[in-house]
Structures are given as structure tokens and as C-alpha cells.
Design a protein around this ligand. Sequence first.
Ligand code: ZN
Length: 380
Amino acid sequence: MNKRMKRIIATSFTVAAFALLGGIFSREIACNAEETSITLQLGELYDIGAGDNAVVTSDNNKIVSIVDGKIHGLSHGKTAITIDTDEGSKVIDITVKKSGFPYGEITMYKGERLPLCFTEFKHKDAKWKTSNKKVAKLSGSEIVAKKVGKATAKCTINGKTYACHIKVKKAPKKLVYLTFDDGPTRSSTPKILKILKKNNVKATFFEINPAKADYDLTKKIIKSGHTLAVHGYSHNYNYIYASESRYKNNITKLQKLFFKKFGVWTVLTRFPGGSSNMVSRFNRGIMTRLTKSVKKWGYKYFDWNVSSADAGGAKNPKQVYKSVKRGLHAGENVVLMHDFANNYKTINALNKVIKYGKKHGYVFKAMTAATTEIHHGVNN
Ligand code: ZN
């Protein structure tokens, strides 16, 4: 029997049973039978009170997973769970909100640090505990991946329990994060996405404020499994680097917009021009201050250690390819590329770059909130 049929039958069964048996039924199936729908916060672990003999299944494990009979909200959306017992079966509709703890499940590489931050609300005083300190250890408001294995971090706030299931893996010896700045754009984004898809590679997009007409592009980036990150609402150096408060507003405004419009909470950011930029020199010392402040504001910032030179030095796709090839090295590679309009230099080099990388043992990944930051030296 498929899940939909099962749900229809289960629902009518429940309604009939309630009419006939009232409260007796709810005790018999050993769960909170009066509940027909549950709303969870993101990352929330909720005990539905199903008995030991109940089998709980989720219609969509990406939205809600089942952990030891408890339900766990993993991503924003709607789905349903089915509780099967000897006495019958019951369906509960589940809604997972977009606010809460965004990392219900995460794979971390050994040595990586995950900020234990919530979406738009602050929980600096949240007391987290991990089930295995040897695998994942708390350090301030971060989880540090110590050893290959599995662990769960949990905290309870306002009567709600949040959980983070962590799988720690050994980092690949040659790891590549392709990053695309300044998009989305109608002329470049779809082409870049097509090449990434063809090669089954996930990447990271540091966007500027997308035009409303281009929201579909940002949505496609998210839906395809790439990571959305904040470059800044505006890219105008003279405007954004005029003061710390203006810079803060420039990134939080976009962070909030991503959350509101696309349901994505990101703490990843990249300074326009990089943290080593000299374009901000009209405001002496601003980068020295900002590189410290962004961390306090809850962000991780990423420069790059491999340049494609697609915004400057490279004259054609061949030079983009050569520039990346020359830069790739053992360990973590953060490759700077651009998603600005008509970037044919990168569009026509990308497939070759990926093919070269794969052939030489590089593993391509999208960044996560745990990815180890790559920082330039600050020049201002
Ligand atoms: Zn940029």
C-alpha cells in the first residue's frame, strides 16, 4: 500500500474510531491521539509519545527524520508521519518552520568548527551537551569535530529540545570549494548551474542582493543543493566600507532577505574585494576592525587561496583554466570565480577545471557552516 492510500485509510479509521471509542482509542494506540498536526521549530527534537511497539515513519526524511521514536525537524517544509501499532495506524501532519536551529544534521570534517547558532533569535546562553566528547567537543559556542565517528549535540530552550546529529569524517586530502561571487545573473547563473549539475558538483554562491526578477535563479541554486552565502546587499566599496555600522547593515540585510524570501539562514560571508582589499583605504583601519567584528556578529568570512582571475588577469577561458590549475594544491582549496553577467571566461572554462580536478584526485564540495575559513592578510 502506498503512503497516500495508507494516510486516507488511516485518517478515516482514526475519525471513525474517535467517534466510537473516544478516549479509549488514544490510550490503546499509545500516543497523543488528539494531535492531528504538529508544528516544529527547525532542528527541534519532539517526543510524540509513541509507545515502544509503535513504528514511526516519515513521508519525507529530508524534512522530518525519526530518531528513537522522536521526530526531528530537519528542513523547512510540510510532510506527514505515520504511526503504526498493532491496534492501528495514524497519520500526523508535520510543519517544520524556517526558524530555529539550522543544522539538525551535519557532516563535518575532522578539525572543523560549527557555530551553534540559531536563526533570527539569539541564544547565547543555550547550554549544549554532546553525547560523545571524543568525537564532537564543545568549545565556547562552537562544536569542534575531533575524531571520526558520530555524536549528537542537544540543548533545551523555552521547553523545546534542539538536536544536531553530527557525523565526523576525515577530510579529503585534496578538497575544492568552488565559489561564485556577484550573482545571480540571467546570463551566467543557469549556465554555471548546468555545468555543475552535469559534473555532479556542488558549489557555493556568494550573492549580492538579487533582483526580484532573478529570485528564481537563487531558488534554483538552493534547490540544486548548492550553498547560498552573503557577499553583501550592495557591492559599492565607497558606500559599504564607509563605516562599521553600514557594513553590518549591508550583510545582515541580505542575510535576513535570504531567510525571509528563501528560508535559508547563512552565516557564511565574503568581503567585497576580499579582506585584503585596499579599496577601503579611504576609511583607515576599517578592514582590521571589520574582520574582528563579523565574527562577533555571528559570521564566518571566507577569502580564497586559488584565483581564477576571471575578474581581472585572465583574458579568456584558457587563462581561467590555467590560473585555477596552477593554484590547486593539497588540503583545502577555495577557488574564486564569478557569477556576474556574461562571464563566458569562466562558463567556458568550468567544465575543464572540474574534469582536471577530478582526474587529479580533488574532491569538490559546497561549503557548510562548519567549513574552515580561509583568510587573507589584512592590508587596511
Ligand atoms: Zn564581489
